[in-house]
Design a protein around this ligand. Structure first.
Ligand code: MN
Length: 141
């Protein structure tokens, strides 16, 4: 079966999880689901998805922690990670990007625009030289 790619969705709310699964499958994507960060990291390492959609408010590990762990894995450095979060304060986007995310989609999920927003991030990679602040200067993180 051909697929446009496999998307790992890390999300603890069933309603959001199934909404994203439904929209992704209806648009030709394969979907893997994880309900917390530990499971998401494990699935990401085993399955090497083409993109990760990451809730930020997760049990046990926050999405920020999950993104940092994923970015520390050599196999996963190039996988787009898109935060899906209701955080809407000005500094929140910067915090999400600093944790290693490629992009950001705001909740509540809008079924009319979600796939389009997601696809804008497909093929994008996290690149600290691409308009993102490098943090304190001086080499290694
Ligand atoms: Mn959540």
């Amino acid at each position: 079966m051909t697929s446009k790619g496999t998307i790992l969705v890390i999300e603890d709310q069933e309603q959001n999880l199934y909404l994203m699964q439904y929209m992704l499958e209806a648009n030709g994507y394969g979907v893997q689901l994880a309900r917390d960060g530990e499971q998401g990291i494990r699935v990401a390492q085993e399955q090497r998805p083409d993109m990760i959609l990451l809730d930020i408010q997760l049990p046990t590990m926050s999405g920020h922690e999950v993104a940092r762990v994923l970015r520390s894995k050599p196999d996963l450095v190039d996988v787009p990670i898109v935060a899906v979060t209701s955080y809407a304060m000005p500094g929140d986007r910067e915090e999400v990007m600093a944790a290693g995310c490629t992009g950001y989609i705001e909740k509540p999920i809008n079924p009319d625009t979600f796939i389009g927003e997601m696809e804008q991030h497909m093929g994008a990679t996290h690149d600290a030289s691409n308009g993102l602040p490098r943090g304190a200067g001086g080499g290694g993180a």
